[in-house]
Design a protein around this ligand. Structure first.
Ligand code: AMP
Ligand code: MG
Length: 350
């Protein structure tokens, strides 16, 4: 398949009109279009067309039981997709949409089972990225759009990542620069009692508890040793996995640095450290030190994580030693991704 790369800006330009038409026509006839959102790039198709959605699973190599998120531009699109909008969802929509919060509702009959992985619930989000909004508002269809990576790889935060994974497998890649959040949306299930975070993201447990203090979190998302099946199908799969063997180190920061330095001694020439601005100069024996950003700015850390994991692959790193973060606020969302990248290899109590 020939893939067209189309650059779109967040501002209105007359050149964009033609491009936008090309993009929306492709979506309307069942094609695949990658576009940026504020979280990560999404691989989009008409969410009401089961054949188009099957194309998503095929292009990504995604297991069929891992459901897709539907993306909309306007609240009015919600009614025909869901059975009801509970009060708690109304409050969260008011506060966080458009933005990086996905909400799970009871699905209506209009939503194909292929989209929901056979579940009776459907995940819906309204992105705030202007390019995503332009496309969604023009096409006037709910667009299913999982992260635009090959299944199992880190989610794409730049066009280059998408090209690496999906060139020749999709009709269009919309180049919209670097995404601003860099980790996927928070997934909140409002069909359960209490409402439950199934995947942590930029909108944190603390943020959501300000809306309703009963909102809780599925602990399998942050407990590497918990073997209970996660409530969100996607969370049970291997994800964000770099090719090298990654391990995460948690505890007092000085002890973490000392432990990583000790391990570096036995893997010279093939290791990388995922460090932070505060510690990056303390790994003297490391072949490659990658700076996630400052511990004072965890949003920056979240935003650089996937890019740095991909750099480890590019550099053919065999051993990755990653510093851990406190399980609170966005630190918890970073740890959810890191623990998956480490396939549960974690050293605690340092
Ligand atoms: P991605 O779009 O690649 O970020 O993945 C979507 C995530 O949302 C996966 O972890 C899915 O398991 C989750 N998800 C989508 N729909 C549902 C649903 N109906 N119930 C629970 N989790 C869902
Ligand atoms: Mg994904």
């Amino acid at each position: 398949m020939k893939t067209n790369i189309i650059k779109l800006s967040e501002k209105e330009t007359s050149k964009d009109d033609k491009n936008l038409e090309k993009i929306t026509n492709t979506l309307k006839i069942g094609g695949l279009v990658v576009f940026p959102t504020e979280t990560v790039y999404g691989l989009g198709a008409n969410g009401l067309d089961k054949n188009a959605c099957e194309g998503i699973f095929k292009a990504k190599g995604r297991p069929n039981d891992n459901p897709l998120i539907l993306h909309i531009a306007h609240i009015s699109q919600l009614d025909e997709l869901v059975k009801e909008v509970p009060k708690i969802a109304q409050k969260c929509i008011k506060k966080f949409w458009p933005g990086p919060l996905t909400i799970i509702f009871k699905k209506s009959d209009l939503v194909p089972k292929e989209v929901t992985g056979g579940l009776e619930t459907v995940a819906i989000r309204m992105p705030s990225n202007k390019i995503a909004h332009k496309i969604l508002a023009d096409v006037i269809l709910p667009i299913a759009a999982p992260s635009a990576n090959i299944s199992g790889r880190p989610s794409p935060t730049k066009t280059e990542h998408v090209i690496e994974d999906l060139m020749g497998k999709v009709d269009i890649i919309v180049d919209g620069g670097h995404t601003v959040v860099g980790i996927e949306s928070t997934v909140l299930d409002v069909t359960s009692d209490p409402p439950m975070i199934l995947r942590p993201g930029k909108i944190t447990l603390e943020d959501l508890q300000k809306v309703d203090k009963n909102i809780s979190i599925d602990h399998t998302t942050i407990d590497a040793k918990d073997k209970t099946v996660p409530k969100s199908p996607g969370q049970k799969y291997k994800h964000y996995a770099p090719k090298g063997m990654a391990t995460c180190f948690v505890g007092d920061l000085n002890n973490v640095v000392a432990e990583i330095n000790k391990r570096l001694e036995s893997c010279k020439g093939k290791s990388a450290v995922l460090a932070t601005s505060e510690t990056k100069d303390n790994y003297i024996g490391a072949d490659l030190v990658l700076d996630l950003g400052s511990r004072e700015n965890l949003e920056e850390v979240a935003n650089s994580l996937f890019d740095l994991l991909r750099i480890c692959d590019e550099k053919k790193v065999e051993y990755i030693f990653a510093e851990g973060f406190e399980l609170k606020g966005i630190g918890l969302s970073i740890m959810n991704r890191l623990l998956k990248a480490c396939a549960g290899r974690i050293v605690i109590g340092l």
